[in-house]
Unconditional design. Structure first.
Ligand SMILES: C[S@@+](CC[C@H](N)C(=O)[O-])C[C@H]1O[C@@H](n2cnc3c(N)ncnc32)[C@H](O)[C@@H]1O
Length: 213
């Protein structure tokens, strides 16, 4: 397998163009995202794969959906029997649908307001590129560090995290993993589906609170 994946992204991604996520997801763009049946299907498919990687044994596990948007992943997880907390930094997303049963909460996922040892698992779909995308940016580094420490703290022992995201290149991808592991006792690895088909490629970072897995 070729490990030097082609990251030749020609079009600027929204996070590069806008910087602040709330400057991008607002008005028509927010509405289009939240109401897109196609997007719902795509995000649900990613969630199914993420869940497969998490391999949760407990039927009624409590899962945090970090960067939940309008709740596509969270709704699916709830439907199949998990208990969910849907967290997003943009309140309009969380109140787009009637999702009270997803326990919606407006917060920054780098500072999740929960007690230690709360969640069996954390899932984050297509959000992390908004937090860390520039190796030289100290603020981004410190936000990612904070996210890592917080995720570690709020997970129960043996809890797992799966993060699907869109790093701009392999250097950013690798450094994301390194920074998370450096500041916590997580063990982790990347799982890359369709590594050599850029359009279909999906990158997952799987983290485990127990180093001996
Ligand atoms: C592309 S959307 C994905 C939404 C959802 N996970 C899905 O699969 O449909 C990215 C989401 O990440 C959220 N987000 C970005 N940075 C965040 C942060 N620091 N804290 C919480 N949510 C954040 C955005 O508000 C947005 O809802």
């Amino acid at each position: 397998m070729n490990t030097e994946y082609n990251f030749n992204v020609k079009k600027k991604r929204p996070e590069e163009e806008y910087g602040k996520v709330s400057d991008y997801f607002r008005g028509d763009i927010l509405n289009q995202y939240a109401t897109s049946k196609n997007m719902m299907k795509i995000q649900e498919k990613i969630t199914i794969r993420a869940l497969e990687l998490l391999d949760i044994k407990k039927k009624d596990a409590l899962i945090l959906d970090a960067g939940s948007g309008p709740g596509f992943a969270a709704t699916y997880l709830k439907e199949i029997g998990y208990r969910i907390v849907a967290l997003d930094i943009i309140p309009e997303f969380l109140y787009y649908y009637e999702i009270k049963e997803l326990n919606p909460i407006t917060a920054d996922m780098c500072f999740p307001p929960f007690k230690p040892n709360t969640f069996d698992a954390i899932i984050s779909i297509s959000a992390l590129q908004w937090i860390f995308r520039d190796l030289k940016d100290k603020m981004m580094y410190s936000m990612l560090k904070n996210l890592s420490i917080s995720f570690y703290k709020i997970l129960k022992p043996n809890g797992r995290v799966v993060i699907q995201f869109y790093p701009k290149n392999k250097e950013i991808m690798d450094n994301t993993g390194k920074i998370i592991v450096k500041h916590t006792d997580f063990s982790g690895n990347f799982i890359i589906d369709n590594p050599n088909r850029q359009k279909k490629r999906k990158i997952f970072l799987l983290l485990n609170k127990n180093r001996n897995f």
